[in-house]
Design a binder for this molecule. Structure first.
Ligand code: G3P
Length: 219
């Protein structure tokens, strides 16, 4: 299972990269705005900065909602750096754009996916990744992880190659449950990745090991 970090914060990306377990980055317009990145040149430069920190795919989202606009933006993003994955919302023109980029072998991430039907269309259009937003489904009393499971079963049954990228992950259990449900990738906040390290028995065990070592070595 691959780990992406879901942020546009360069310090957090560097910290995750330093762990040696980071496979890529996802961003979206809200995450870019959170970092105060605005204006075309600054936005493109920020994507370049991210690509220079990590080795894997970096999802950069289009703002256009019409086919021509998405193609223009997506081609510009893809030309920026070979690690860029063009992130496109699951709307009618988005599906057409994904099909276009797929025919050009430009990787895509189909975003804002909340149903199996949307995931089916993304796969048929040739999306590289499909991003079901599990936290936002949980927010409205729906079962986000169950959607991952259903998409996995459908992709597995029909042999689709689109990778399931569990998104809108809020905490460590979302990561574990997404893994169990068959996600290929989890894109997570840094806090959720670091949360996987935590266990009280690790802390108490380490404390005892060090205490015992010091008893005989630092008399
Ligand atoms: O990857 C999608 C993600 O950024 C959305 O997360 O927490 O805003 O639902 P959230």
């Amino acid at each position: 299972m691959k780990f992406f970090i879901d942020t546009a914060n360069l310090e957090q990306i560097k910290e995750a990269q330093s762990l040696g377990i980071l496979d890529g980055v996802t961003t979206n317009p809200s995450l870019m705005a959170k970092e105060g990145i605005s204006g075309k040149e600054n936005i493109l430069q920020h994507y370049l900065n991210i690509c220079n920190i990590v080795e894997g795919p970096v999802s950069a989202e289009v703002i256009s909602t019409d086919y021509e606009g998405m193609i223009k933006e997506g081609e510009e993003l893809a030309a920026l750096h070979p690690q860029i994955v063009v992130k496109i919302p699951i709307i009618k023109d988005g599906i057409k754009a994904i099909k276009y980029f797929s025919s050009k072998s430009i990787p895509t991430n189909c975003t804002l996916v909340f149903s199996v039907g949307q995931a089916l269309l993304a796969a048929k259009a040739g999306a590289t990744y499909v991003s079901p937003f599990i936290g936002r489904l949980d927010d409205i009393s729906s079962d986000g992880v169950d959607l991952i499971r259903k998409i996995y079963e459908m992709y597995d049954f029909y042999g689709f190659e689109t990778q399931i990228l569990a998104a809108s992950i809020r905490h460590t259990m979302h990561i574990i449950q997404s893994m169990e449900a068959g996600a290929d990738v989890a894109t997570c906040p840094l806090s959720a990745i670091l949360g996987l390290l935590k266990h009280p028995l690790t802390d108490s065990g380490l404390e005892t090991f060090l205490k015992d070592f010091n008893k005989v070595n630092n008399k």
